[in-house]
Design a protein around this ligand. Structure first.
Ligand SMILES: *Cc1c(COP(=O)(O)O)cnc(C)c1O
Length: 374
């Protein structure tokens, strides 16, 4: 006899999400904002903390935050759904539009949660891999969607972890190609400054995802939101957990959003450091850098896993290893930190790769070409 009744068969194929809790002095693995909340905001919050009603259930629709988000985006509150991070909203989309007998279109390599949530909800996945340069195979996608059996399409724009954007004209063609729900995941909107928002009125199947976890320094609280047609939001309200966004997070996110101009400086610093990292990394012999419109940079380098390990153990810099992800062989992703963290990362890379090359030269196996970063 079994120790206990087996769980759903689909779960056999899955392993629990591993957030890889590795300790390091410089954390550049999760696309977080390197800066904590501005002190002015923390002060504002702490002044009112003693009156906070911890004893009451949260407002299930986060109406104050929802109103702010609607207003800022020229929409009605009915067009906005706040979730426990963007991740919960992705799961809600799969609960409502996925499930057994239904199909999600995925464009790997991309954000892993789409495929994970498809698996946990028993949703079939059609994958159309990206091309060599990580652009979308547009003809293949349009052709597949026109067959009419795709229920939900997931597109991260900019894409994580590759960093690039998708042609707007392609997205418009995709929205018109069927009535499938198309999630355009704009988690990095504050860095790319590009949105499909203005196409919402003509395309009720378009849903946008945003988050407070990246630009707004709130990864620790879990707040994200969807923008979409009121009837689409209504379907999602049927499947969501009514109290998933706690009252404290609603309050902090609303305060942050009201004060969002305070983040403009740190966002432009991040963009500047990102371009610096891309430029400098591209100078390192043997490194291929992929263009990014987000707060991270993906690059390919020989012996990437060894570089990842040396960066952690010798330099205490944690970056993200994608070398085991299909299509991302030998690829690593570095989140853009502060200027100091970015320099420390670049110096570490130059040292590891420089050391490797001189070792190869000593052994007479490698020729020195180009130059390293100083
Ligand atoms: C980070 C991220 C999200 C959501 O993050 P949350 O912390 O759950 O809000 C969604 N999509 C992409 C592509 C991301 O990179």
């Amino acid at each position: 006899m079994n120790r206990f009744r087996s769980a759903r068969e689909e779960l056999d194929q899955l392993v629990p999400y591993d957030a890889k809790d590795v300790r390091a002095e410089v954390l550049l693995a999760s696309n977080e904002n390197p800066m904590n909340l501005p002190q002015e905001i923390v002060k504002k919050l702490s002044e009112r903390l003693s009156q906070f009603q911890f004893n009451r259930y949260p407002d299930p629709t986060a109406s104050a935050l929802r109103r702010l988000l609607a207003e800022a985006n020229g929409l009605e509150p009915e067009n906005v759904l706040v979730g426990n991070g963007g991740d919960e909203l992705i799961f809600d989309l799969l609960l409502a539009w996925g499930g057994p007998g239904r199909t999600m279109l995925d464009l790997p390599p991309t954000f892993g949660m789409y495929a994970i949530d498809a698996a946990t909800t028993g949703t079939s996945v059609v994958s159309i891999p990206r091309l060599e340069d990580f652009s979308v195979n547009q003809d293949a996608v349009l052709q597949r969607v026109r067959q009419g059996d795709i229920d939900l399409v997931m597109i991260a724009n900019p894409n994580n972890p590759t960093g690039g954007l998708i042609d707007e004209s392609f997205l418009i063609d995709l929205l018109g190609a069927s009535d499938a729900i198309v999630l355009v995941d704009e988690a990095y909107f504050e860095f790319s400054r590009l949105t499909m928002r203005h196409h919402m009125s003509r395309h009720p199947n378009l849903v946008l995802l945003r988050t407070f976890s990246k630009a707004f320094s709130l990864a620790g609280l879990r707040v994200g939101y969807l923008l979409g047609d009121a009837d689409v939001i209504c379907e999602l309200m049927k499947v969501r957990q009514p109290y998933s966004v706690d009252a404290f997070s609603q309050w902090v996110a609303a305060t942050v959003y009201r004060e969002r101009v305070m983040f403009e400086q740190v966002i432009s610093d991040i963009i500047r450091n990102r371009d610096m990292i891309s430029r400098e990394l591209a100078q390192v012999p043997g490194v291929e850098v992929f263009p990014s419109e987000a707060n991270f940079v993906l690059f390919r380098v020989e012996h990437a896993s060894a570089l990842w390990r040396d960066m952690l153990h010798t330099h205490s810099v944690l970056i993200r290893d994608f070398t085991r992800t299909p299509g991302l062989e030998n690829c690593l992703r570095v989140t853009v930190g502060t200027a100091e963290e970015s320099v420390r990362f670049l110096e570490g890379v130059a040292e590891v790769i420089g050391g490797r090359r001189s070792a190869a030269e000593l052994a007479g196996t490698g020729g020195a070409r180009g130059r390293g970063v100083e």
